[in-house]
Design a protein around this ligand. Structure first.
Ligand code: GLY
Length: 537
């Protein structure tokens, strides 16, 4: 198994060793990440879990956050209809009704084999006893120290008693979080959505002018949905349906590219990159227009993942010239902070597989700890379209399909994906990275299928990203040769940007002739642990 946190991966592999299946392990890791990886692991956020059992059963759990009942379409606009900067990312109004706890417990109940106690207890132990802060995590906490300082419970949770930031090597204990996890262990979903935890969340909302009510929490339920299923060069692709755009766009782009021999063009060649960019441009344009919560908007999924639609959509593709993205929407606001979601892949010895992506949205979400709970609240409301054609923190635009409505789930890009070959699981993958999640996941899959790479190469190789608007290509720094970038310039890809962060963090597990191999993305700290695993740091 592979995740962003070595300690969480130890929890997952110990769960497998004790006889748990991949779902037990993914759920145990989900709870552990809330303790060990607070920028994205969470109880106060949401996520998606795609499951394939060894007998071929597939399922997708949607535990995306929902807009509170009091939410309105214009809630982030001022009297002149202008979007008020920061309201959907850095205020109590930014918080959607959390889904993670219901989703993890629902997955455990339906496909797991272990008791709630067995999968929650490791997270409680780590929260109560503490763990030694790595340089990476201490520096990450220090980088948001000033933002936490605005909220007393956040400042208390993530700094020393005297208010100074933690140092690498300090032991980080989280007593309030341990107590919240104990309520979940004892009472299940009621330990979060009712009683003390729910009261503390509502009190936090009332203190800061947020909208989530006791009824919003009590009524929250995750949803089991039919996964998106597509095919690519003889492989089956199983991924997340709306309200994620991830699975649909992934299959749509792979459909457009299937007609071209990317393997012969070569990894990193200007030719291959040009083809992929043009598929990305068209698919992300469709995302802006067509995609939102299917419970509120008729998302044309069947059309978007149809192979003949993809062929039509690519008819205007010019192998020699970049297309122009149309001019809709405002200019891009680059994210002011790293997009921070996190992805876990698990395959057990029987071939049961889980791809699980979870998030608070931006790094550490709203930065608001609900006082007394020990966990951070998300700022997922920013994934709605606050106003038609106005970019969110990822520069993504949207319209009616993703407009705010009470009880609606905001559109996501999370793409937990399983690749199946000849009836057997081949690859579990996915990534964080906001709008770059889908293109990262696709590149890992193409690296395996088109370029014949091992999982370590497929995950480690440099990546690029285009999302239609803004009309620019983002390249990982030093990842591509100057000659390649120059050729792309001559083809019209003139707006080239160096990524400020590594693109994605695609912790993956793959079947090989020698057994399953895990790879923790070398762009960040993390751990791949288990039989035949690689990349443990
Ligand atoms: N918050 C990032 C996403 O769900 O796409």
């Amino acid at each position: 198994m592979a995740s962003r946190s070595q300690l969480a991966s130890i929890v997952g592999s110990a769960t497998l060793r004790r006889g748990g299946n991949a779902v037990d392990a993914a759920v145990a890791v989900g709870f552990a990440l809330a303790v060990t990886h607070p920028s994205a692991g969470n109880l106060g956020g949401g996520g998606f879990m795609v499951i394939r059992m060894a007998d071929g059963t597939i399922a997708a759990n949607d535990h995306r956050e929902k807009a509170p009942t009091g939410a309105t379409r214009e809630m982030y606009q001022d009297a002149d209809g202008e979007v008020v900067r920061g309201l959907s990312t850095a205020s109590h109004l930014a918080v959607g009704v959390p889904g993670t706890v219901d989703g993890l417990l629902s997955a455990l109940e339906k496909y797991g084999t272990m008791s709630r106690r067995e999968v929650v207890q490791p997270a409680i132990n780590i929260a109560r006893r503490g763990f030694v802060l790595s340089r990476d995590l201490a520096e990450s906490l220090a980088s948001v120290h000033a933002k936490f300082a605005k909220y007393p419970a956040s400042a208390k949770q993530f700094a020393n008693k005297d208010g100074t930031p933690y140092e690498p090597g300090d032991v980080f204990r989280q007593g309030d979080l341990g107590a919240t996890l104990e309520r979940i262990r004892r009472d299940g979903r009621a330990g979060f959505y009712e009683g003390k935890t729910a009261n503390l969340i509502v009190a936090e909302m009332q203190r800061g002018g947020g909208l989530i009510s006791a009824a919003d929490l009590a009524e929250y339920h995750s949803v089991w949905r039919e996964p998106i299923v597509g095919s690519y060069r003889g492989h089956e692709i199983v991924s997340m349906p709306p309200p994620s755009s991830g699975g649909v766009l992934l299959v749509q782009m792979l459909n457009m590219l299937e007609a071209y021999d990317l393997g012969a063009m070569g990894f990193g060649s200007a030719d291959a990159i040009h083809h992929v960019i043009e598929a990305e441009r068209r698919a992300y344009a469709d995302r802006a227009e067509h995609m939102g919560d299917p419970d509120f908007y008729p998302v044309p999924v069947a059309m978007l993942i149809d192979k003949s639609y993809a062929r039509q959509r690519f008819l205007d593709f010019d192998p020699e010239r970049a297309s122009q993205s149309s001019d809709i929407g405002a200019g891009a606001i680059p994210p002011a902070e790293s997009p921070d979601t996190t992805h876990v892949s698990v395959i057990d010895q029987d071939g049961n597989a889980v791809a699980y992506t979870t998030t608070l949205n931006l790094s550490y979400g709203s930065k608001i700890v609900a006082q007394g709970t020990g966990f951070l609240l998300n700022n997922e409301m920013d994934d709605f379209s606050s106003k038609d054609n106005t970019p969110n923190a990822y520069g993504l635009i949207g319209r009616e399909a993703n407009a705010i409505q009470p009880g609606k789930r905001m559109l996501s890009s999370m793409t937990p994906t399983l690749v199946v070959k000849d009836g057997e699981i081949l690859l579990a993958t996915g990534s964080p990275g906001g709008s770059t999640i889908i293109t990262t996941t696709m590149q890992v899959i193409m690296n395996v299928i088109d370029h014949g790479m091992s999982v370590s190469d497929a995950v480690g190789r440099p990546r690029f990203h285009h999302q239609w608007q803004p009309d620019r290509v983002i390249f990982e720094a030093l990842g591509f040769s100057p000659d390649t970038l120059a050729v792309l310039q001559t083809r019209g890809h003139v707006n080239q940007v160096r990524a400020r962060f590594g693109l994605g963090d695609a912790n993956s597990v793959m079947r090989t002739k020698e057994g399953f191999r895990g790879m923790a993305d070398p762009r960040n700290e993390g751990g791949a642990i288990g039989v035949n695993s690689m990349g443990t740091r």
